[in-house]
Design a protein around this ligand. Structure first.
Ligand SMILES: NC(=O)c1ccc[n+]([C@@H]2O[C@H](COP(=O)([O-])OP(=O)(O)OC[C@H]3O[C@@H](n4cnc5c(N)ncnc54)[C@H](OP(=O)(O)O)[C@@H]3O)[C@@H](O)[C@H]2O)c1
Length: 334
């Protein structure tokens, strides 16, 4: 079968199409005929080798994290799905086959029924941004109705989902975006919108209860200035902390390294009475099913920037890598 494969870390020419053997599902896995694969910045970062210590892949490895498709085979211990079921899933957190292929192995625990009102392209755009937003806003920040959350980069994949989810939780949302995307983020429910081309968000926003860290550089440090004491920063972009290294079962040295990397931001945050943590999303089919319910109820809508045919999957990754996507970039197989 045809797959987009990473042969070696580091160089774009090491990502190529290949004809690889049909994957065999394990006892707890589904074999899914992939209809569409949603792209995420992590896909490019994995190819560059930036995740080697966290997600060591056996190369060559099939690329791609998020997918939607139809179950064609199930392993002997699978109970919740059968051939013919339409599903969606995030499958990045393991070695093996990825989403950018004609067929993919999907752990039963990562899969959820595809929301009936979404087509396959729309469904493939959801899993990682949906799970990340839920795990950050609900599980870590424990966002409550009436609280204020700052979600920078509101026009991106995470932003377009997280703004809608925070509004669903009853929160008020502040965001940043460039001038051309102001109407988009307002249409998703953002209450306070800062055009980062003309204003610094830390001069405008005040009294926030939580920050979702989505922008690299000094944005997280600056965001401490807009927070109340007792609030929370959940960073998706680092620095990773010791708790993350421990949770991933890393060795003592890595726990120490990550502890050192995050020491400064944790110290600055705690001086203001703010709790800092790094979140690394985990696949979770049950939560994804719940998120699917929000899409079926039209509490949240998918926002898709561009759809590429499978033959142009490398172009799709380059396009996403420019960092200007308005919502999600999806590759369509069928
Ligand atoms: N830790 C985890 O588990 C996890 C999970 C998912 C994602 N992430 C990370 O979260 C980050 C965001 O992901 P994503 O999927 O949203 O990426 P994305 O879709 O590629 O983000 C693109 C968006 O970022 C906006 N943007 C770029 N620079 C900005 C700035 N300085 N201020 C405000 N907006 C800016 C752009 O809007 P404009 O064109 O208007 O500038 C564009 O809409 C990535 O670094 C990703 O790796 C981490």
């Amino acid at each position: 079968m045809k797959a987009l494969v990473l042969k070696r870390y580091g160089k774009p020419d090491q990502v190529t199409f290949a004809d690889i053997p049909r994957p065999q599902p394990g006892p707890d896995e589904l074999l899914v005929q992939v209809h569409a694969a949603g792209l995420n910045p992590v896909d490019n970062m994995i190819a560059k080798g930036l995740f080697k210590p966290v997600l060591p892949l056996q190369l060559p490895a099939t690329m791609g994290s998020d997918l939607s498709g139809v179950v064609v085979e199930v392993g002997s211990r699978v109970t919740r799905f059968k051939p013919g079921d339409a599903v969606f899933a995030s499958i990045f957190d393991r070695s093996g086959t990825g989403a950018l292929a004609e067929l993919a192995r999907v752990p039963e625990s990562a899969a959820a029924p595809k929301p009936a009102n979404l087509d396959f392209v729309q469904a493939a755009s959801i899993p990682m941004v949906g799970l990340t937003s839920w795990q950050a806003l609900k599980e870590r920040a424990q966002l409550k109705p009436g609280q204020k959350v700052f979600i920078p980069a509101g026009a991106g994949g995470i932003g377009t989902f997280a703004i809608q989810l925070a509004k669903y939780f009853g929160a008020k949302v502040g965001t940043t975006t460039s001038t051309g995307n102001i109407d988009l983020v307002r249409s998703l429910g953002a209450d306070e919108v800062v055009d980062y081309k003309t204003h610094q968000f830390e001069d405008v926003l005040r009294n926030y209860d939580a920050v979702l860290g989505t922008v690299r550089g000094d944005a997280i440090e600056k965001s401490l200035r807009i927070l109340k004491a007792g609030s929370t920063v959940v960073s998706l972009v680092g620095p990773p902390d010791a708790a993350f290294a421990r949770a991933r079962g890393m060795n003592f040295l890595m726990v120490l390294v990550f502890g050192l990397l995050s020491r400064k931001i944790i110290r600055l945050a705690s001086r203001r009475g703010v709790a800092y943590s790094f979140l690394f999303v985990r696949p979770d089919g049950s939560r994804l099913a719940e998120i699917g319910g929000l899409l079926e109820a039209e509490s949240i809508r998918p926002v898709i920037d561009k759809v590429f045919p499978f033959e142009q999957a490398k172009d799709a990754l380059s396009y996403l890598g420019q960092g200007r996507a308005k919502g999600k970039v999806v590759v369509q197989m069928r």
